[in-house]
Ligand binder design. Structure first.
Ligand code: BG6
Length: 457
């Protein structure tokens, strides 16, 4: 039997914008997602917008009881910045009451809340001032972070600053998936730098004011594997890891921006604008723990034309279509659990064996209703997926990696940005035609048994 350490955190992750609903009610102001949907609803799968999120605002108690039913002992979600501080300055008392009830309810039921501050949801008033391109956002974020620590610090003892900062940077400024959907590598680097400063500023607020608990960040880590051992392919791997992983992991954990990254950006005239004192802030605000989101690896090779570097990261590395890859046929992503072992070893050997947990892992399935069998989604594929990943994680823990938990994306099927409800990930199905009614899937029953045993056969 595969057994996990005592007190291992078993749970799931989600975010405020993807679950709360009540998007423009109860004092919340607009976010980029609300605005984008208002302007261009046709971009969203089946015109499902932020207001279609699964109504946790009213249903959180039922959700907490459902968490207990499957043996979860922890849950990560985020606070909505635009709900807590609608204009960036004044507290929304209804938001304070909502989050306090929600977090207290989790605690009363043995669920540890892990609370994140930013999950792709920039308040619109700030986006109008340039969003993360504007350095003022750093100060605004630090104020928001401090407000959250003050309001909820007695209930929350694990905080994270950002979810997947690389995703809002590249989706917004390189690949066109998120607002403002522009393609500009220089801007992307500046946005990334401000995001990093916002992160360290929030950590600084937490530490200098001696708030109780631990603080970290959540990074998407897709380790790169190169096509061959040839120098050019190895170089592509190094660039991919530098840009996609180390750019945040190194400063967050070690307080250092990798020298090679600085050189790469300088050589290509991509360095961001910095100010005196930034380096001090970065080097003095390392995190206590880290969340790693792992879905799939990154297969890379040398780019065909490396002269065209400064346009996009593809100038540094090209994606390689590995012929042997196993694919999740319902989402198109590669399934490669072995990378989770490699990540565990990387955290142990290259990142001071810092405490870390899998903050997201999961299997998205489009049109999952087709697997309905006698009133329940028969998602054996998801159970197999989890088991294979847990086996690799367990191997990593056995050789000393300091992993303290595993969270699935996600607990209840949720709204996912432009994809709406296309890809389902939950242990519980949500019925969009029946007031967001939740019903357990086969994977939820399996997870319950697994958490009861703290492992599986
Ligand atoms: C994760 C994000 O990377 O992927 C989530 O943190 C997102 O916000 C999830 O919903 C699934 O994405 P998709 O595109 O398959 O719906």
């Amino acid at each position: 039997m595969i057994k996990f350490p005592n007190n291992f955190l078993w749970g799931a992750a989600a975010s405020a914008p993807q679950t709360e609903g009540h998007d423009l009610l109860n004092g919340k102001s607009m976010t980029t997602w609300d605005k984008w949907f208002e302007k261009n609803p046709e971009l969203f799968n089946q015109r499902q917008g932020p207001q279609d999120a699964s109504n946790v605002y009213e249903m959180y108690h039922e959700d907490v009881l459902n968490m207990v039913k499957i043996g979860m002992n922890s849950y990560r979600t985020s606070i909505s910045w635009a709900r807590l501080l609608p204009d960036g300055v004044h507290l929304n008392v209804e938001a304070v009451a909502f989050y306090r009830h929600y977090f207290q309810d989790m605690l009363d039921n043995g669920i540890e809340p892990i609370i994140n501050l930013f999950h792709f949801d920039m308040p619109w008033w700030l986006m109008e001032k340039g969003g993360w391109e504007n350095r003022q956002s750093v100060t605004a974020f630090a104020f928001y972070a401090r407000t959250a620590f003050e309001q909820f610090g007695d209930l929350v003892h694990k905080w994270t600053t950002f979810n997947e900062p690389m995703v809002h940077i590249e989706s917004g400024y390189l690949y066109g998936y998120h607002y403002p959907a522009i393609v500009d590598f220089r801007k992307a680097v500046q946005v990334g730098y401000h995001t990093l400063l916002a992160h360290v500023s929030a950590v600084n607020e937490f530490k200098k004011n001696n708030f109780d608990g631990k603080i970290g960040i959540i990074l998407n880590v897709s380790p790169a594997y190169s096509k061959s051992t040839e120098e050019a392919d190895q170089q592509a791997k190094e660039y991919s890891d530098l840009l996609n992983i180390k750019s945040f992991l190194d400063p967050a954990v070690k307080g250092i921006v990798p020298e090679k990254l600085v050189k790469l950006l300088a050589d290509n005239h991509l360095l961001p604008q910095v100010e005196l004192g930034d380096a001090y802030l970065i080097s003095n605000n390392c995190i206590d723990f880290i969340g790693i989101n792992y879905y799939q690896p990154c297969r890379v090779q040398a780019p065909a034309n490396s002269n065209n570097i400064a346009k996009k990261p593809e100038g540094f590395f090209a994606i390689y279509d590995w012929p042997d890859k196993r694919i999740n046929p319902y989402r198109g992503w590669e399934i490669y659990p072995e990378a989770l072992y490699d990540v565990a070893i990387m955290m142990r050997d290259e990142y001071e064996n810092i405490p870390w947990y899998v903050s997201e892992n999961g299997m998205g399935v489009a049109d999952e209703e087709r697997f309905m069998n006698n009133g329940m989604i028969d998602d054996q594929y998801r159970i197999d997926f989890i088991k294979e990943h847990l086996e690799q994680l367990h191997k990593g823990i056995e050789v000393g990696s300091n992993c303290f938990g595993y969270h699935m994306w996600t607990f209840v099927d949720c709204w996912s940005w432009l994809n709406g409800y296309r890809n389902r990930y939950g242990f519980y199905r949500v019925d969009l035609d029946n007031h967001f009614k939740r019903s357990i899937k086969k994977s939820g029953l399996w997870f319950k048994e697994m958490t009861e045993n703290n492992g599986f056969f």
